[in-house]
Design a protein around this ligand. Structure first.
Ligand SMILES: *[C@@H]1O[C@H](CO)[C@@H](O)[C@H](O)[C@H]1NC(C)=O
Ligand SMILES: *[C@@H]1O[C@H](CO)[C@@H](O)[C@H](O)[C@H]1NC(C)=O
Ligand SMILES: *[C@@H]1O[C@H](CO)[C@@H](O)[C@H](O)[C@H]1NC(C)=O
Ligand SMILES: *[C@@H]1O[C@H](CO)[C@@H](O)[C@H](O)[C@H]1NC(C)=O
Ligand SMILES: *[C@@H]1O[C@H](CO)[C@@H](O)[C@H](O)[C@H]1NC(C)=O
Ligand SMILES: *[C@@H]1O[C@H](CO)[C@@H](O)[C@H](O)[C@H]1NC(C)=O
Ligand SMILES: *[C@@H]1O[C@H](CO)[C@@H](O)[C@H](O)[C@H]1NC(C)=O
Ligand SMILES: *[C@@H]1O[C@H](CO)[C@@H](O)[C@H](O)[C@H]1NC(C)=O
Ligand SMILES: *[C@@H]1O[C@H](CO)[C@@H](O)[C@H](O)[C@H]1NC(C)=O
Ligand SMILES: *[C@@H]1O[C@H](CO)[C@@H](O)[C@H](O)[C@H]1NC(C)=O
Ligand SMILES: *[C@@H]1O[C@H](CO)[C@@H](O)[C@H](O)[C@H]1NC(C)=O
Ligand SMILES: [Cu+2]
Length: 556
């Protein structure tokens, strides 16, 4: 009898529970509009969402459906990417122009419709066409399901920290000028923290971002690198940070005084206000360990203890030099999946596709360019050529002649990738994809080359999270290096740095049908052609096919 009673009560509880944790539909409206913005003592019109820079934050819970109506009021074609959202079967809502959709043309509207499945943490959204993401970006905060706690002490408050870059010129003019000359584009004029560079020499301060804290409290900082072309160090004077999540995947907590974050990546840290009073400098400065020109200006903000009077700020005793590779390596090597019972690391152990992709730069002849040549970039010597019709449409409607599925699984020419380079820096053109069967498993080794120069490339894969099972310097050695892979608790993410003159190995399961872009998240490298896509076929099961396209999907 007693067990019967408990059973009824349990049944009651189970029946009642779904009501209280029911997933919601969250509605957002994004008006893409021009807005005059003043930074560095000058004003210029920029493309924004709802007139804000940075743009609005999207808040939702795991399992919620998000509907974002994007209305294009500017003269540019627009599309928005929800960076890191898996888009299970909803590739139509992923956003990269000419990959999963045609652009939203001036005056047009498109409703992005997707469900947040199996993810919680910080992600972000940004324009995925031209260089508009310089100013068209914002945070996505996915809270755990109602009643599910964080796997770390509950913070007193949460704060989005968006790091970015600012050009005094129009960013479309910057990239167009570079494409015309065939040379590298101008670097930015400042980095920003939540839209502000902080105090700048020669320009009376317009005030930077201030984070107000109470002594003893703990804060969850959701840090996002939205810069176009720069990896960044992030520090707060006098404070340690505890990393708890990257790219909306929980990590084993670890303490650090410096966060390293590449464009496209997100990092959640806990900050405890361990002092009683005072003001402390918050800084974002570039990381670049190759002979490449970067914007070396440091963006600043302030951590302000409540009740502190006076303007004295505790500055950083040291800021890592721009080329501080050891600082970056120590940080990267500390990242591990939480791999708990609730959040296991499901690393594929049996591999169906063993891929080796070289990533690097090249040079093509160009009669009208400054040097009679233009800088390009490639994966496995293929410089990706953008199609005129979105690849996902071509795949779904079986439109021939838009792409081929013969992307090389290995470099066409094997040489000492990080040693002496071939004298011919030319590359092939192609709109070539790599085809994967539903639920097949992939190991992909991304190998940097020394063409022009070795350089760190943050590679972003759409539609999946992957596990970073290994990383090293020089050429990847299949025999030696595979043995050292971490298949137990490798960090899970959507954007990973391929170290300058080295390699990174990732694994993922192709459990999401569609066409999924993979590219360098340094915008200039993507523009130059460091991009490709995977086409994942439908499975046979009931929920293993891509959904039909929405009726308002933009046309080319
Ligand atoms: C920006 O400012 C200029 C000059 O004051 C003005 O002509 C223009 O209409 C403004 N643009 C917007 C979008 O507000
Ligand atoms: C969003 O997509 C789902 C299918 O995934 C569909 O059932 C729903 O009607 C769509 N919502 C809107 C408002 O179009
Ligand atoms: C790029 O920098 C050069 C040199 O400072 C300058 O002349 C040029 O106008 C800049 N281009 C743009 C688009 O701002
Ligand atoms: C930043 O770069 C400029 C131009 O390359 C250089 O003149 C300046 O000394 C650099 N500043 C720092 C702090 O490295
Ligand atoms: C032209 O190319 C050479 C060799 O690649 C390079 O050293 C030089 O700086 C280039 N010229 C310009 C104007 O960038
Ligand atoms: C490669 O593609 C570019 C456009 O992306 C084009 O300008 C160029 O002519 C092509 N080169 C060859 C050899 O086909
Ligand atoms: C590749 O080149 C580097 C730099 O010259 C050299 O140290 C390394 O031994 C070479 N590796 C192979 C496999 O030849
Ligand atoms: C890349 O392709 C170009 C054009 O076919 C060729 O000339 C070059 O040798 C290739 N380089 C490598 C490293 O495969
Ligand atoms: C995918 O493959 C794994 C391992 O082979 C298997 O356990 C799983 O059931 C498969 N999933 C689907 C949806 O087919
Ligand atoms: C397919 O997905 C729907 C909606 O997410 C779910 O209710 C259903 O149980 C799934 N069916 C199978 C066989 O997994
Ligand atoms: C916008 O995209 C459409 C479709 O691809 C294209 O035909 C048109 O030229 C583009 N418009 C602009 C202003 O770039
Ligand atoms: Cu790159």
């Amino acid at each position: 009898m007693a067990t019967q009673g408990i059973r009824i009560m349990l049944l009651l509880a189970i029946c009642l529970l779904p009501l209280s944790v029911e997933a919601l539909v969250r509605h957002y409206k994004f008006n893409v509009v021009m807005k005059n913005a003043t930074r560095l003592c000058s004003t210029k019109p920029i493309v924004t969402v709802n007139g804000k820079f940075p743009g609005p934050t999207i808040y939702a819970r795991e399992d919620d459906t998000v509907l974002i109506k994007v209305v294009n009021h500017v003269k540019y074609n627009v599309s928005i990417h929800w960076h890191g959202v898996r888009q299970l079967r909803t590739g139509w809502a992923d956003g990269p122009a000419f990959i999963t959709q045609c652009p939203i043309q001036p005056g047009q509207v498109y409703l992005y419709n997707f469900t947040l499945t199996g993810q919680r943490g910080t992600l972000w959204w940004h324009a995925h066409i031209l260089w508009l993401r310089a100013t068209v970006h914002g945070a996505i905060v996915i809270l755990p399901k109602l009643g599910v706690p964080y796997p770390f002490p509950k913070p007193h408050m949460e704060q989005v920290i968006l790091l970015s870059e600012w050009w005094k010129s129009d960013t479309e003019a910057v990239i167009n000028e570079a494409l015309k000359s065939g040379l590298a584009p101008n670097v930015s004029d400042a980095h920003t923290i939540n839209g502000h560079p902080g105090s700048v020499q020669g320009c009376t301060s317009q005030g930077g971002f201030t984070l107000d804290v109470q002594p003893g409290n703990t804060y969850l900082l959701r840090i996002i690198n939205a810069a176009l072309n720069e990896e960044l160090f992030f520090k707060i004077a006098g404070h340690q940070l505890t990393v708890v999540e990257v790219d909306a995947a929980y990590t084993k907590p670890f303490k650090t005084d410096t966060v390293v974050i590449a464009p496209g990546q997100t990092t959640n840290v806990l900050l405890t206000a361990t002092h009683a009073t005072g003001k402390y400098l918050v800084a974002a400065s570039p990381f670049m360990d190759a002979p490449i020109t970067v914007d070396n200006r440091t963006a600043t903000a302030a951590l302000h203890y409540s009740g502190t009077l006076g303007s004295t700020i505790t500055t950083l005793t040291t800021l890592p030099p721009t080329n501080a590779t050891p600082v970056a390596t120590t940080f990267t090597d500390s990242l591990r999946s939480l791999n708990s019972k609730s959040f296991p690391a499901r690393v594929p152990l049996k591999i169906d596709h063993n891929l080796l992709f070289t990533v690097g730069l090249g040079i093509k002849p160009c009669a009208i360019c400054v040097n009679n040549s233009r800088v390009v970039a490639d994966i496995n010597n293929v410089t990706f050529v953008m199609p005129k019709i979105a690849l996902l449409q071509a795949h779904f409607f079986k439109i021939k002649g838009v792409f081929t599925d013969d992307f090389p699984a290995n470099p066409p020419v094997v040489y000492n990738f990080t040693g002496t380079q071939p004298t011919n820096f030319n590359t092939m053109n192609g709109t070539r994809l790599y085809r994967l069967a539903y639920n097949s498993t992939v190991q992909l080794v991304l190998q940097d080359t020394g063409m022009l120069t070795p350089e760190n490339h943050p590679i972003h894969l759409h539609g999946f999270n992957f596990f970073v099972v290994g990383r090293g310097q020089g050429n990847f050695n299949r025999k030696k290096d595979t043995k050292k892979f971490n298949l137990v608790d490798p960090v899970e993410r959507n954007t990973v740095g391929v170290p300058a003159g080295g390699w990174t190995a990732i694994r993922f399961r192709a459990d999401n049908p569609g066409v999924w872009f993979m590219h360098c998240h340094l915008e200039i490298h993507t523009t130059w052609g460091l991009k490709m896509a995977f086409v994942v076929d439908n499975g046979k099961g009931p929920n293993e096919s891509i959904l039909p396209p929405p009726r308002d999907l933009p046309k080319c």
